[in-house]
Design a protein around this ligand. Structure first.
Ligand code: GDP
Length: 518
């Protein structure tokens, strides 16, 4: 559900692949990461000094690649254990003078378990005793057969010392990324994975994140596991301050309430309030999970929680004559929810409606409505409610109460917008009016055109523009409407490319009150 909001395929754009380097100790992971980092031109261009933020980006043939700057599979595994898969492609480094070693096998096992595709970098190819063929046959024995031997695995010969093969490696990564069609929607609220975290004097908690989807902006409110906050500073891998981070890009950010945990996912939410609420709820949720040890808490659970928090709430206080009625009403009210609205019973009790109930109702945000079933307000409560503008409604039939609440929920829901075509108009002439634009000389074939109407321009049966009328005239005069069989002059907002023969379809948007079902 959460992702559906963002899965607008029109907005999907290619994003840089995120790469982790793994392999046996001393096979050259750190050297390779250093060599790749120093090979980037962007650092010099930007005049920046490389800043270690836990990840960096390089550009190759106009395409970007993000490398996680902590070698080894520990971080990879740790993150996966927390449910965050940040790596798209793994590089398994094998020293050509040493061959496959225990940690090489381990690294491969990790990548395979995570279903992350990997590329073999046969390193130290500059060494006189390098034996790349031995590496290939050792891996082929494990079922990892090189492409040149008829297999599916890319092997690239590199030297982290001389830089030989680095370009090749980057190209191979980009090729793999292309096959994977890594896409994200930069228009939606960001989701980012924390890869490093520390506390810095004067800055407070600092976290390095890689954005997986959406664009992370300064001032965004977010929840990140049990912590939350608002993005204060964004610093990229060149030490430059930025306003936003796009999908696939790394950045260091500040603004966390507490240090985040590597592997946790940061999710941007609507408000600070929702961020704090969700983080608090998440804490309780984790504690309960820990106790029951039943299932793992997942990112989906967190997203469900955020969605729940994003629902528009109708806060109510329920007072009734018996405990049975209270429970029955609460039970029925809890079922009144859909993907947009829900009832939030903030308090319920047996007995008359008291001043205390009114005070509670007032303290709620938005103000709660008091529902009384077979009970009435005390005179003090009545006066107080009047003063504070609190609504009290009383009922003697549960169905009436529920119907009323449904009506209130409908009022909270976004009205449905319906379109109604008002006229079909033919463009017979066009006039260019200097400094004003193009006026279409039109004939109304059907219906009535109104001044404030929306309009679609249809050319050869295809809608080429959708906008609003900028003006509607008969001869020189502005008019309110023009009916069927009459001529008129029309200008369209933002559109001057009108041509003779175009058809204009004018329409109005009619808001229909939504109705709560259920
Ligand atoms: P890591 O433990 O996998 O991170 O390995 P390092 O990057 O620390 O490298 C281990 C040693 O191998 C260091 O002494 C490096 O200088 C050396 N080394 C790394 N890559 C190469 C290479 O391509 N050629 C040569 N000759 N030495 C290398």
């Amino acid at each position: 559900k959460y992702d559906e909001k963002c899965a607008n395929s029109e907005n999907l754009k290619e994003r840089p692949p995120i790469v982790t380097i793994m392999g046996h100790v001393d096979h050259g992971k750190t050297s390779l990461l250093d060599k790749i980092r120093n090979s980037r031109i962007t650092a010099k261009e930007a005049g920046g000094i490389t800043q270690h933020i836990g990840a960096y980006m390089v550009e190759k043939d106009g395409k970007k690649i993000t490398f996680i700057d902590t070698p080894g599979h520990e971080a990879f595994t740790e993150m996966r254990a927390r449910g965050a898969q940040v790596t798209d492609i793994a590089i398994i480094v094998v020293a050509a003078d040493d061959g496959v070693m225990p940690q090489t096998r381990e690294a491969i096992a990790h990548a395979q378990a995570a279903e992350v595709p990997f590329i073999i970098a046969v390193n130290k190819i500059d060494k006189p005793d390098a034996n790349p063929d031995l590496v290939k046959s050792q891996l082929a024995e494990m079922g990892i057969t090189p492409v040149e031997w008829g297999g599916e695995y890319e092997f690239v010969h590199v030297s982290a010392k001389t830089g030989e093969g680095i370009d090749d490696l980057l190209e191979t990564i980009l090729m793999q990324a292309e096959i994977m069609e890594l896409k994200a929607d930069p228009t939606c609220p960001a989701k980012a994975v924390v890869i490093e975290s520390r506390i810095e004097k004067g800055k407070g908690p600092v976290g390095t994140v890689i954005v997986k989807n959406g664009t992370l902006k300064k001032q965004d409110s977010f929840v990140c596991g049990i912590t939350y906050g608002r993005v204060r500073l964004i610093i990229d891998d060149l030490g430059k301050q930025k306003k936003e981070v796009k999908p696939g890009e790394p950045a260091e950010i500040t603004g966390f309430d507490e240090a985040p945990i590597a592997g946790d996912t940061l999710v941007v939410v609507e408000s600070d309030k929702l961020a704090k609420e969700t983080a608090d709820k998440w804490k309780t949720f984790l504690e309960e999970r820990e106790k029951s040890k039943s299932t793992k808490a997942t990112l989906e659970d967190l997203q469900k929680m955020i969605l729940e928090g994003e629902l528009k709430k109708l806060p109510v206080i329920v007072k009734a004559d018996t405990q049975g009625s209270v429970e029955a009403i609460k039970g029925s009210l809890s079922k009144l929810k859909n993907e947009e609205v829900k009832v939030d019973v903030i308090h319920s009790d047996v007995g008359a409606i008291t001043e205390n109930d009114v005070i509670l109702a007032k303290a709620s945000e938005p103000k709660a409505i008091i529902l009384g079933f077979n009970v009435r307000p005390t005179s003090g409560a009545k006066t107080k409610a009047k003063q504070e503008g609190i609504e009290i409604r009383t009922y003697s039939i549960i169905y009436d109460l529920l119907d009323d609440v449904k009506e209130l929920l409908s009022g909270l829901m976004t009205p449905k917008v319906k379109e109604e075509v008002t006229a079909t108009v033919e463009v017979r002439e066009t006039f260019n009016v200097p400094k004003v634009g193009t006026v279409a000389g039109c004939y109304v074939q059907d219906g009535v055109v109104h001044r404030g109407d929306f309009v679609r321009v249809i050319r050869d049966g295809v809608v080429i523009y959708d906008s609003k009328l900028a003006s509607l005239k008969r001869f020189k005069d502005d008019v309110k409407e023009v009916g069927k069989g009459f001529e008129c002059g029309i200008m369209i907002e933002g559109f001057n490319d009108i041509k003779v023969g175009d058809i204009l379809e004018t329409y109005q948007k009619i808001e229909e009150k939504a109705s709560f079902e259920g």
